[in-house]
Design a protein around this ligand. Structure first.
Ligand code: DAH
Length: 350
């Protein structure tokens, strides 16, 4: 019996080998006849099963039928494989047409806000400002306290925001989504000695009723320059240069007093309306001027808190909303368009 079992195993190995080597359908058909046809050794063995002693028949019968099935399966698989190879004839005629125009991938582009942020940062970078970023989740200390806005100060109402639940964040100090990029003034001054010249783009948040000019999530760009003998004339000259780069060489600027607790004096800056050249139009609401940023001379309390001597150092700071700048520059009348995901809008900014 052992000899018969061995013969069946050898037969299977040889058969599979032969099937694998078949190079086309004709060879495979010849192999099939040789291996499974009437005169095949395997067919003969199956036929002789009846002549075996009854106790050996089940085991040998099972093995012989398994071998037959395996061989059939391999022949079928090899046939499928051979059919998937194109014939010589097909290969000779079925050429790839390399002159067909390619399929152009759809190219993305930078969002208009990203474009304006980069443009603004670039202008200041050329003037020697370092571009840095900071955390959007901020301590109350940096967002308010260190910026000369103590708890219960009414100025906090200018910046209503979203607070982080201290229990779920496992913190023991008040934490919030920053309402402006000004906290980075403090973080940078804490870490470095003057001279400081930085520009900080980033996202800010406010608890805000959304309308055509306000969103509860928006971008700001902060600027800060501190050194010995920095004056309001430096603030004016720097912002003048900036505005002319962005809005054209004949722009005028106007400062008016405004209140921000971290600067003294504080101002808001406007440019003369480039649409109507100051005559008054819809864009400037007939005033001839467009407000574009808040600025001022860094408050001595702020300098003292970060360990700068206000008798020796002075500086200016400013903060602007790039969305507002883009709206003015491109005549966009609704801030919600920026995040509306309407490709007809976005495609206008190549
Ligand atoms: N942080 C102010 C705001 O969000 C804007 C601002 C005003 C920034 C005056 C400044 C500044 O650096 O000097 O309303």
């Amino acid at each position: 019996m052992e000899a018969l079992r061995q013969e069946l195993e050898d037969l299977k190995a040889a058969a599979l080998n032969q099937i694998e080597r078949c190079a086309d359908a004709t060879q495979l058909e010849q192999a099939r006849v040789q291996l499974l046809g009437r005169k095949a050794r395997l067919t003969g063995l199956l036929r002789q099963l009846v002549t075996l002693p009854p106790q050996d028949r089940p085991a040998i019968g099972l093995l012989a039928n398994q071998v037959k099935q395996t061989v059939e399966e391999h022949i079928a698989a090899r046939r499928a494989a051979l059919e998937s190879i194109p014939s010589d004839e097909v290969l000779a005629t079925d050429r790839i047409d390399v002159t067909l125009p390619g399929r152009r991938p759809t190219m993305g582009r930078l969002h208009p806000l990203t474009q304006i942020i980069r443009e603004i940062c670039e202008i200041f970078a050329e003037m020697g400002f370092a571009v840095i970023e900071g955390p959007e989740v901020e301590w109350d200390y940096y967002n308010f306290e260190a910026l000369n806005i103590p708890e219960d100060h009414p100025a906090r109402e200018m910046w209503d925001t979203f607070w982080i639940d201290p229990a779920s964040a496992k913190v023991d100090r008040p934490m919030l989504l920053r309402t402006h990029t000004s906290p980075m003034q403090i973080r940078i001054m804490e870490q470095t000695k003057p001279p400081v010249r930085i520009i900080v783009p980033g996202k800010c948040y406010r608890y805000e009723a959304v309308d055509a000019s306000h969103e509860s999530q928006f971008h700001q760009i902060e600027g800060l320059a501190v050194d010995e003998a920095v004056t309001f004339a430096d603030l004016k000259g720097t912002l003048y240069a900036f505005v002319r780069r962005l809005f054209g060489n004949d722009r005028k600027i106007r400062f008016r007093c405004d209140y921000f607790p971290f600067v003294e004096p504080g101002v808001d800056m406007s440019i003369d309306c480039f649409r109507c050249k100051g005559a008054g139009c819809r864009l400037c609401k007939a005033s001839g001027w467009l407000e574009i940023l808040g600025a001022g001379m860094v408050h001595p309390n702020v300098l003292t808190r970060v360990g700068y001597d206000p008798a020796r150092y002075s500086g200016f700071a400013f903060g602007l909303g790039p969305a507002r700048v883009a709206m003015l520059k491109y005549g966009i009348d609704d801030i919600r368009l920026f995040h509306g995901n309407d490709l007809r809008f976005l495609r206008q900014f190549p």
